[in-house]
Design a binder for this molecule. Sequence first.
Ligand SMILES: NC(=O)c1ccc[n+]([C@@H]2O[C@H](COP(=O)([O-])OP(=O)(O)OC[C@H]3O[C@@H](n4cnc5c(N)ncnc54)[C@H](OP(=O)(O)O)[C@@H]3O)[C@@H](O)[C@H]2O)c1
Length: 469
Amino acid sequence: MSTEVPWTSVLRSAVLWVLLAVVSSEVTAPALQAIVLQPGRMTALSLKPGPHLQSGQVPCPYSRGSSLVSFVSAVALVLVCVGCWRWLALRRRRSQRVLRSVGASVAAKLEAAAARAASSGSEPQLAGPKLRVLVFGSTGYIGQAVVHELAARGHQVTAIARAHSGIVGGHSLADVEQYFSGTGRVRVVEADVTDEASLTSALLALDARPEVAICCLASRFGGRADAFKVDFRATVNCIHGSRALKVSHFVLLSAICVQRPLLAFQQAKLLAEAELKDSSSMRYSIVRPTAFIKSLVSQVGRVRSGYSFVVFGSGEQVRCAPLSQQDLASFLADCLWRSKALNATLPIAGPGPALSKLEQALLIFHLLGKEPKLLHVPIGALDFVASVLRALAFILPRFAEAPEYCRIIRYYATESMLLLDQETGCYSELLTPGYGRTTLLHFLSKALRDEHRTLLEAQSMGDAGLWSE
Ligand SMILES: NC(=O)c1ccc[n+]([C@@H]2O[C@H](COP(=O)([O-])OP(=O)(O)OC[C@H]3O[C@@H](n4cnc5c(N)ncnc54)[C@H](OP(=O)(O)O)[C@@H]3O)[C@@H](O)[C@H]2O)c1
């Protein structure tokens, strides 16, 4: 990788020197003259009065040697500037070298962790009874993968979907049926999970009664209203509907961040978890995963196009070992067969060491073979934006959800997606169980080799994603 200073910055510096030289002769010369040349000692250096002086006029002592002093001071200043520029360039080259070596060492660390996971990591449970499984949120990022995983394990799947699904509601029911048709084991049923009565009647009308259920519902945007509508109300409707069907085991996809519930969607999820635990007629598994790989790769496109990677603060304050879509789907499917998953709350992270945001960014630069370019945004800027948005929301109701979105960004910029050690009150990588085989390194290496970028596009988060491609 090249460590040369870019030509644009050389040009910028050159323009700066010229400006400084001009300014120096205008501004610094009189000051230097005042120090160096005492009025009484002017004679030695003085020039003859110029032709512009009338007889009887006395030349100003400070302007006599001005051209010489201006020249000397300008040269001195330019030399100082060149020195500073060279020193800064050297420092920049050194820090770039350090950043590049961090990227390489993160890649090596992940490679070693993947090898360890391959030999000793927790394996998917590959044998168990074939069940009739009901899947809510089947059209989402995790829901789709869960449906495929269940079908691949031999289960019969009933996938609940609404008439228009997908990030922007762009998929019809026929599209969803077509998408799952290759599995041969999936039946798609239209139902409105936000309406308890119509959902329950649609479920009771099913000819083959499902035995177990997996719920991967989530509000698409995370705003307050949507969170309570989907993460709480609709999820509770699914719990009640499943109970009415006499489902024996309900697996709920939640999130690790509900441990420190500062956001509306986290509070909504906690209420749904509590409702499920109270549903004594059904056994439950509450799966609380760490960040998904999709939440970490939305800046790959920006970086590939030559833009900086945006990190909040130093980028070192939060860490996580992300989970791939496939690994989480496999973990959720395992819950149907693992006895340890019954009536349990299961925090789960991906394989490999937890990485800070800075390390994730440097890994991306390393794999793209690009010079690290980071844009550090102070956390305080988010607080400022949040207060502006709060004021705006107060005046304009259509901005009502905007402060919550800003709080979500701030939360992920300041809280690690690891298990919270109840004794110390700190996030602990050691206590966070890892699962699966796909590290961020594996995912990125595969995705960046893919010329059609389909793997990266599949991580699209739509309006809920920041800096998505
Ligand atoms: N992103 C992360 O890093 C992360 C980390 C840990 C945990 N989680 C949790 O993992 C879960 C799943 O995430 P995901 O990325 O798979 O979510 P997603 O892709 O946004 O999928 C959401 C699912 O819920 C359905 N849904 C949303 N609003 C609905 C509504 N009003 N009516 C009917 N269905 C509705 C969607 O159906 P449509 O297709 O019809 O919209 C879709 O099937 C969430 O609970 C999330 O909080 C996420």
